[in-house]
Every structure is written in C-alpha cells, then in structure tokens.
Design a protein around this ligand. Structure first.
Ligand code: NAG
Length: 322
C-alpha cells in the first residue's frame, strides 16, 4: 500500500494539536526529567494517534466502496443560528445533506460556529461525519465561510489550500480541500481536489475569468490529485453574467481544458427565478465525474414554496466520482 505514508502524515483541520507551550508545561525540568520526558512523549503519541490516525484507520477499515462518491455544492442562504434554531428547517437541511458523501455548504454566516456544530451533530446521528471549514472570508464585516461535511469512512481529508489573492480579485477567495476516496474499481484509492467558490454577484464575470488560473494553481499545489473540481454558487447567469459574457469565459468554452457539468439551461434556483448560478467545473485527466444534476429538493421532498424558501433560494448541484 504505497499511500500509507501519506495517510499517516496527513493533518486534519480543526484538530487541537498541542502547541509547544502546552508541551513544555507537561514536561517540566526536574530530577526525574527523563522519565517525565518519556511519559510526555508517549502521551503525545497517544494524543496524535487519537486525533489523526483514528480517522485514517476508520477510512482504511472501510476497505472499499462499490458505489461512486456522491458530491454536492449547496448555497444555503444565510446559513446560521436562525436556520438551526428552527427544527423543521434544520431537519430538512440535514435530510438534503445526507444524500451525499461530501458536501460543500456556502453562505455560512455564524461567527460563533455553533450552527455548524449543531448541523454536524444532526448528521452524526446517521453516520460518522467530518467537517473542514475555511476561515471567515470577505472584504467587509460581512463574512462567509466555506464548509465541507464528509463521511469519514468514504472520504479521507488530506489537506486544505486557501487561494492567495494579492490583487484582490475575489471577494471570497476559493478554498480547496484534497480528499482520498475509493474509486469504483476494487482496491483503488484516488485523490481529488474540491474547490469552493461563492462568487460576488456583481464581479462574477471578472472572478470567473480568473478561475482557470486559480484552479491550475490548486492543481499544482496538490500534485498527487487526479484533478480539481471547482464548484459552488458562481452567480454565472441571468443579470450577473450575460450569454455573451458566458461565451467569453474559458471555464465554459468547449475548446478549453475545462469541462462544465451544469448546462447554461439549468435552473439551480428555487422560487420563481430560472438561473444557472451554481456550477461544477472539472479540470484534470484523472477525474471521472459523472451524473451531474440539479437536485430540486422542493419537488423531491414535496415541500411548499414557503418551506422551500425557508431552506434556501438555491438547489444543490451534484455529481458522482467513479
Ligand atoms: C461527529 O462525528 C465525528 C466522527 O465520529 C466526531 O469526530 C465529531 O466530534 C462529531 N461532531 C459532533 C459535533 O458531534
């Protein structure tokens, strides 16, 4: 198993790795210094085993998967405490999310992080879920977070990458995560980079114009991945990006290195709008992404317009990795 090394060296975000300071306070100088140092070492090893190797073993123990990995991106409008305090809305959101193995949630706006944790607990009632989140990003006091929830037995987090943006192109710079997952070929594990972008509506054309460069830099950051799938609410339609402008964007051009999985004709919005805002763009030659579609949860769950609007003005866009 050539990839074992990488697995054990991987880090998991949001995991309290003991800092140097804490380490010193455990390991004071003194007469029995050596013994204490040794126990400290063992203690740290055990801690490391618990926080890092545990999830890795859980992933490896699950062995393989005979179905593709189901991935989605969902802009849950104003996701925060109000949504999670309404149990009907919270349960509907969880019901949508558990359709997937890895899901990107956008428009997360909760500085306390409590709503993320609440949603995580709801998901954990069904399976073991992991969470990895970006920093809170935005030019003003208005910030959003990109958050991925994933089934730890099917996807193993290897790393994260926040796109640098020195010329300030993006309001919310793309955030990428690398996962290892089981391909449908027996015994084969693959790596994929999932890149999140919630474009600023008024700058969507400009931000999307820069996306190819950002996708390529994420691809070169994660050299062992089969490719990058950029996804999210790109605001790539209707009054933000006209048909003429769409035809100029490299990510949508047939002769480019990018494959767009959600057509311009799709409607990724709930309610009365009809816009293909949410997109999935594939880059790289070892990515088998198929079955892309919009998940109209209103129809699937038989919800009223009001109940739908309480959840979001967007539908998830989804695909499967084979
Ligand atoms: C969810 O489950 C994971 C994996 O078992 C665990 O690490 C995490 O702490 C749980 N989170 C919550 C909020 O219960």
């Amino acid at each position: 198993m050539p990839q074992d090394n990488d697995l054990h060296n991987s880090t998991v975000n949001n995991t309290p790795i003991p800092t140097h300071r804490q380490h010193r306070s455990f390991c004071k100088d003194g007469p029995k210094r050596r013994l204490i140092m040794a126990s400290c070492f063992v203690f740290l090893l055990l801690l490391l085993a618990a926080v890092i190797i545990g999830p890795t073993l859980a992933f490896l123990a699950s062995g393989s998967s005979n179905r593709p990995l189901k991935v989605a991106a969902f802009n849950i409008r104003y996701f925060g405490r109000n949504k999670m305090l309404d149990t009907t809305v919270a349960n509907h959101i969880a019901e949508i999310l558990v359709r997937y193995d890895v899901i990107l949630v956008q428009e997360v706006r909760d500085a306390s992080g409590r709503s993320l944790k609440n949603l995580w607990s709801l998901l954990n009632k069904t399976d073991d879920w992991g969470l990895v989140a970006s920093a809170r990003i935005g030019r003003t006091r208005y910030k959003e977070q990109y958050v991925f929830y994933y089934r730890v037995n099917l996807a193993h987090l290897l790393g994260t990458y926040q796109t640098p943006d020195s010329s300030d192109v993006y309001e919310r710079e793309p955030f990428s995560v690398e996962f290892e997952y089981f391909s449908v070929s027996p015994g084969v594990r693959k790596r994929v980079v999932l890149m999140a972008l919630h474009a600023r509506p008024k700058d969507a054309f400009n931000e999307l114009g820069h996306l190819p460069t950002s996708i390529k830099s994420a691809a070169s950051h994660f050299k062992d991945a089969g490719g990058v799938v950029a996804m999210g609410d790109f605001n790539a339609d209707c009054r933000y990006v006209s048909a003429t402008k769409k035809s100029k964007l490299e990510i949508f051009r047939d002769d480019s290195q990018f494959i767009s999985l959600i057509p311009h004709s799709a409607d990724t919005t709930s309610g009365h709008t009809d816009c293909a805002y949410d997109r999935i763009i594939v880059f790289g030659n070892d990515i088998r992404a198929r079955d892309a579609k919009v998940y109209n949860f209103q129809r699937a769950m038989g919800l009223s317009d009001e109940a739908t609007g309480d959840i979001s003005d967007h539908y998830p866009v989804e695909f499967q990795l084979y």
